[in-house]
Design a protein around this ligand. Structure first.
Ligand code: C5P
Length: 239
């Protein structure tokens, strides 16, 4: 039986790109493969955590046997699943769509014969699930007396940054870490087929309140997951 800091802890991992319905057959999506989330969920299960996996993608069968799978499609569904839970560790690896169509057509949108016009799809902003999860945690923990034994949830966000120089990526990542209020941010460099859908990538792990950066890679996503969980294990209060 695994013994480290994550053994017996509840860990919620989100993965995959959300799909924002246009009509019953169409959606707006993105190129996220969910592989980083799969790797983190598997690594957490290896360490004995009780893992809930909120995903838009079908997880590999061996992973599905070891974690509780909650299948979702849209950002709003993912938000409900995430905010309903109070895990010890939340890892927002999903690529959540920033926008969704303002309404979902009841029937398939059809082209009209003899009419060359095209529909206009108006987008509205999706909620920022990560930022809401941080606010929810902070609201829960505030009224508690210091003497009570609350476990402060560790919240991890991701950033897919395009940038040429490392400095650029790290600069944006620092700003995002501060803005979102999460404890750890995993910054990936993306663009031109880098990272999305690949088995390997380079990640920079940043911690709130620390100038240290752990850079992993280019390495398999399983290595990045292991480095991330090592860092998270240090932040989880001892039981
Ligand atoms: O702001 P940006 O989309 O770059 O932030 C990425 C991080 O925020 C990821 O952890 C992602 O899962 C999360 N996110 C979210 N809800 C959104 C957009 C992003 O939770 N609507």
């Amino acid at each position: 039986t695994p013994s480290g800091a994550l053994a017996g802890r509840t860990v919620l991992v989100t993965a995959g790109g959300t799909r924002e319905a246009i009509d019953p057959v169409r959606y707006l999506g993105n190129r996220s493969s969910g592989k980083m989330g799969f790797a983190i969920a598997a690594a957490a299960a290896d360490r004995g955590a009780d893992v809930t996996f909120v995903t838009t993608m079908q997880p590999p069968a061996d992973l599905a046997q070891r974690v509780r799978v909650v299948s979702v499609e849209s950002a709003l569904q993912m938000r409900d699943a995430v905010l309903a839970a109070t895990p010890d560790v939340l890892v927002m690896a999903a690529a959540v769509a920033d926008f969704r169509p303002d309404h979902v057509a009841d029937a398939k949108i059809k082209k009209i014969h003899g009419d060359d016009s095209a529909p206009v799809i108006t987008l509205v902003r999706n909620p920022d699930i990560l930022a809401e999860a941080v606010r929810q945690r902070d609201a829960e923990l505030q009224p508690t007396a210091p003497s009570t034994n609350v476990s402060s949830r560790v919240i991890v966000g991701f950033a897919a940054e395009t940038g040429d120089a490392d400095g650029d990526v790290l600069h944006h990542a620092r700003a995002k870490l501060a803005r979102k209020g999460c404890d750890v941010l995993v910054a990936n460099e993306v663009g031109d087929g880098v990272t999305f859908g690949q088995d390997s990538s380079t990640a920079h792990l940043l911690r709130r309140g620390s100038d240290d950066v752990v850079t992993v890679g280019p390495a398999p996503k399983s290595h990045i997951a292991a480095a991330l969980l090592d860092l998270v294990a240090d932040l989880v209060p001892s039981q």
